[in-house]
Design a protein around this ligand. Structure first.
Ligand code: FUB
Length: 312
């Protein structure tokens, strides 16, 4: 029997590898949402919400990878036994490393006026936990400016200040965190809670700096439906103003619906940006049927974000 010529063998191998790499979404199995992606050293991490009934959302898992393709699950990095005031609806982690500690901010209890819950903060010695409640109570419990205290993102500014953007119910506040992350303190102008809600904002804020500009992003629409999406603004300061520029991510009839609540990972070695988000597989209509995906996020020559093409 004649053997396959070498060049054909190599071509075949390249094609197989390429299609395997292209078929990467969803990146983790199971229903998860609101993913916070981050790189600690050489390792990529995803911290998502466990997407299920509120009463079942009593823990969080994390996932790590060195190549953005193969992910290792780290189960129950935090749960309600470590956070006495959290009973349900542990949502939307935001994470960071400060000094030699790892911090995880989260929402709990789907809090309404007069209830205990809101945004909490936990700390661990390793990215995979176990995370312990840092202050033994919510960091933000109250509803201020109409914003439900959920969906926090913690942003470190150029001068080392930590600002937290947060809010559901169509309102977004920013607050300045104390340097030890145990509470909030007034900003330079004396404001404690500054409302910065952009047009059409619903929830899920995120911020990053690129070429000196502040890119502020958020989710619009309803997370339980197909029209959920991500939009953005560019500003010269972390305080805004944040004028809506365009939609970055939305449903695609051939791929998935309800795409939103994202974060961004920057890969310095190849200068690439990745959007980490959740979406609802075609044919699924339950609110909680959400899966975590990653796609590349590109910019035009003027620094504007191009619409993301979701991939399978
Ligand atoms: O997963 C729970 C909630 O769904 C989040 O807090 C919202 O942003 C929405 O994604």
């Amino acid at each position: 029997m004649r053997s396959i010529p070498n060049y054909l063998y190599i071509l075949l191998l390249a094609l197989i590898t390429r299609s395997a790499a292209a078929q990467h979404n969803p990146v983790i199995s199971g229903y998860y949402a609101d993913p916070e992606g981050i790189k600690y050293g050489d390792t990529y991490w995803i911290y998502p919400t466990y997407s299920a009934k509120y009463e079942d959302q009593i823990f969080m898992d994390a996932f790590s990878s060195t190549d953005l393709k193969t992910w290792t699950k780290h189960p129950r990095i935090i749960d309600t036994s470590a956070v006495k005031w959290a009973k349900k609806a542990m949502w939307a982690p935001a994470v960071l490393k400060k000094d030699s500690k790892y911090y995880l901010f989260f929402g709990a209890n789907d809090v309404h006026q007069g209830e205990v819950g809101g945004i909490g903060v936990a700390v661990a010695d390793k990215p995979q936990g176990p995370y312990k409640d840092l202050i033994g109570k919510p960091l933000i419990n109250e509803i201020v400016n109409g914003a439900q205290p959920i969906d926090q993102f913690v942003f470190k500014d150029k001068d080392g200040s930590y600002y937290m953007y947060y809010g559901g119910w169509g309102h977004c506040n920013m607050v300045k965190l104390k340097d030890d992350l145990t509470g909030i303190e007034p900003m330079a102008d004396g404001t404690l809670y500054k409302e910065i809600t952009p047009e059409k904002y619903v929830e899920g804020p995120y911020m990053f700096i690129r070429n000196g500009k502040y890119y502020f992003m958020w989710s619009e629409g309803g997370w339980t439906g197909p029209d959920y999406k991500v939009a953005y603004a560019i500003a010269d300061s972390p305080f805004g103003p944040f004028k809506r520029l365009s939609t970055v991510l939305e449903q695609d009839k051939d791929i998935a619906t309800g795409a939103g609540h994202h974060s961004v990972i920057y890969s310095k070695k190849d200068d690439k940006y990745y959007i980490v988000y959740h979406r609802r597989p075609l044919g699924k209509t339950s609110a909680h049927d959400r899966v975590v995906c990653i796609d590349e996020m590109k910019f035009d020559a003027n620094g504007h974000i191009l619409p993301v093409k979701m991939t399978k």
